[in-house]
Every structure is written in C-alpha cells, then in structure tokens.
Design a protein around this ligand. Sequence first.
Ligand code: SF4
Length: 333
Amino acid sequence: MSIVEAPWPADESTVAPRHNWTREELRALFGLPLSELMFRAQSIHRRNFDPAEVQISTLFSIKTGGCPEDCAYCPQSAKYDTGTRAEKLMPIDAVLTEARAAREAGASRFCMGAAWRSPRARELAQACAMIEGVKALGLETCATLGMLTAQQARELKTAGLDYYNHNLDSSPEFYREIITTRTFQDRLDTLAHVRAAGIHVCCGGIVGMGETREDRVGMIETLANLPEHPESVPINMLVRVPGTPLADIPPLDPLEFVRTIAVARIAMPRSVVRLSAGREDMSDEMQALCFLAGANSIFYGPKLLTTSNPARDSDQALMDRLGLTPMKTEQIR
Ligand code: SF4
C-alpha cells in the first residue's frame, strides 16, 4: 500500500472506532512521513478529545515482587535477580493513605498493582476491600492483579472496580519470546472476562523489547480489533532493568516510539492513550511530541510499581510549559 492509500481523510469513517484494521493499513501508517503521521493523529485526536487535557493516574504497588511469572522485562519476577524483594500484600490502611495523597496531588484515578500470576480467594477479598475504600475517597479505581476468572472479574466489579489493566505486551508472535509461563490467549481470555463483567479495560503493551516494527504493527492490530477498544491504552517504553533478560537490549529510536503512539491514536480514536513507563528516560521534547501524537494520559508520582518515574514537580512544570491541564473525568464513550 502506498502512502497516499494509507487510511485517510479524517472524516467520520476514520474518527469512528473500527475493528477491522489490517496489518497492511497499519504498516502504511507507520511508514508515513513523520509530519504527515503527526498531522493525521492530531487531527483525529482533537475530533475526540480536548487536546489540552491530560488524564492523570497514579499507580501504586500493593504487593511487590516474588512473582512466579517470567515476563522478561519485569523486575518483580522471582526468576530474575534484580534486587526487588518479595513483600506481602500491604495493609488496607497504608493503601488508603497513598490513595489520599494521590488525590491531593491531582490524580483522578488510583491504580493498584499486585505481582501475582492470579489472585487467590483471600487475596481477591483483600483487594476488593481496598477497591471499596479507594472508591469511597471519590477516586476512580483501577487494578492489575494478573489473570482473572469470570467469577473473579464479577467480584471486582461488585466491589466498585472501574478499570482493570491487563496488557497484551506485544504482537502474538513476539509475545512468546517475552513470556513463557502464560499464553497470549490466556491474556485475551482475562480481557474477555473483564469486559463481560462490565469493567472498563486498560490494555496496551511495551515497545523497545527488541521487537520489530512488524511486531508493533501486530500489537496495535490486536488491540484495535478487540470486540471493543480498550478505554485506556498504555504504551510503555521498556525500562531496561539490570538483572532482567532485557537489560542490555539496544534502546529504541525515540521517534519510533512517537510513531507507535500516533498509530495507536489513529487506530483507537476514542481510547485514552497513556504515555506510561519509560518517561524518566525521555526528554521533555520527546514527551511533547508524544502528546502531539495523541497521548493524553500519564502516570503521575515518583514510582511506577518498582521503577522510577519523573517527580511530580517536574511533571507539573512540563504540563505548565506545554499548557496542559488535568482531565477531570475521562471522556469515556
Ligand atoms: S509483569 Fe506482572 S505477571 Fe509478569 S512477572 Fe511482572 S508482576 Fe509478574
């Protein structure tokens, strides 16, 4: 497909969600001159969102380390010697103290992450109590607790869970290079249970893991062709943590990351695209390009589970310089 045949113009057929994206179309978008790709992404972005607003979430680890899975990028896997200590599930009071602090700092959503393959019954009950407490503080709630059954998803919904995060990580082909302890289909099954329970879906992936552009195309193809687009699509840049198998992977060209954001924005026009892990290694200028490409959410706060994130002050300064303001409530379709 040539450049001129890449999906366009920005009429209703390109701003409305589609679920029949082909790899050829997505490849063509990736291959556009950057100025053209940015123009298309920004045009579509402002048809669906206020381009000056950014949704702010805080991600907090309620249970750190000791995970039995082998995700090659993750410092919390028990299989890698990364210096991350296995800890117990945090007490609910400590979690609620963190949630209050996040609210005071401007977060509208509080995400709770636990390093589990999947929650056991007692663990799920404790997570549900946390969700009820965070919800009572007036925050949107999000959790990432590993694989879920249909029943577990319903229990989380009953507790007041607004969003569940479960990333596809990469293309179906490259996924096997990154994780062997559960399959791509396992991930799709959990996403289906979450959707069926009526919980909003937060699902994206990681780039810079040594995958090809075709894998990035395949990841976005899978996300955009889910029966419903995820309401939140986190796009992470790999944080190369010493001790993990990906510690020495060569860094991805930053402009390829920007292209990935732009193609995700075009393919999922009404989803909130989150600029997630890896921001600490990005210049202010690169983050500005990501916002121009259609990213409209960030994680705010000094830590993302176990890896560091820009300090709140520097994020506030960046938002001020760019004229961005926090989105009060996410514009969910
Ligand atoms: S990404 Fe999640 S499931 Fe994978 S090793 Fe880390 S904590 Fe475990």
